[in-house]
Design a binder for this molecule. Structure first.
Ligand SMILES: [Zn+2]
Length: 231
């Protein structure tokens, strides 16, 4: 699937309008609705100092260029060997085992990275690419990376890296099945304007059971799902 070549500067106005007379108002807080928020987009009201905590929408932490965390962010729990949170590690282990049972090999390329590591990584990539602009399309600035939360992993087959990951058995299997284990492809194809990052067929983000709402082979983004994409 190719990214749409159109580089129209007009922002897409594809969000649902907030004023709908038939829009159901939230009645109970007990059952989580599968539908994304239909009201005004959630606002990130954290002060700079409060960025030691993530911006959370509908119980899902959102870490991005628009919603950064600072160097004081602490993961809710920490596991070895990857530094992922407990729930993420458990889900990853199940997913890797499920893939293996189908003859598909999943290798962890990168998992937790600290603020300092992210800073060093960006500096290195800028040197490698010879272009800061290009490096920033793929590599987050410190505080803007989900890797700092222990909720994200870069996965591949151990052989083929880069955009070609999407054409490997591993990449295809993940795109089809990761949602079953609570993971979503975070930076989908053609959604750079929404997510802030170029297509990364290797970067999976753990969001838990809500990943069911994404399903297989989708380019839906977390921003769109949570009603944050409207601009
Ligand atoms: Zn990543």
């Amino acid at each position: 699937m190719n990214a749409a070549p159109g580089s129209s500067p007009a922002p897409s106005a594809n969000s649902t309008p907030p004023s709908s007379s038939s829009s159901p108002t939230a009645t109970a807080s007990t059952s989580s609705s599968a539908a994304p928020a239909k009201t005004a987009p959630p606002k990130d009201t954290r002060t700079k100092a409060q960025r030691s905590r993530a911006f959370v929408v509908d119980g899902i932490p959102v870490i991005s260029k628009k919603h950064p965390i600072n160097s004081h962010y602490r993961r809710s729990s920490v596991t070895s060997p990857y530094g992922l949170t407990r729930a993420t590690q458990r889900a990853l282990k199940r997913m890797i085992a499920a893939a293996r049972s189908k003859g598909v090999r999943i290798v962890v390329s990168s998992a937790y990275r600290s603020y300092a590591e992210q800073k060093a990584l960006l500096a290195r990539k800028i040197r490698e690419y010879g272009s800061e602009k290009k490096a920033r399309r793929y590599v987050a600035a410190p505080g803007r990376s989900e890797h700092q939360t222990g909720l994200a992993v870069d996965l591949w087959n151990g052989v083929t890296w880069g955009l070609a990951v999407r054409n490997t058995r591993t990449g295809k299997w993940l795109w089809r099945h990761a949602w079953r284990y609570g993971f979503i492809l975070r930076y989908t194809n053609g959604k750079e304007k929404v997510t802030g990052y170029a297509f990364e067929p290797w970067h999976y983000r753990y969001i838990g059971p809500r990943a069911k709402d994404f399903g297989p082979n989708t380019n839906l983004t977390l921003e769109e799902y949570l009603g944050l994409a409207k601009r």
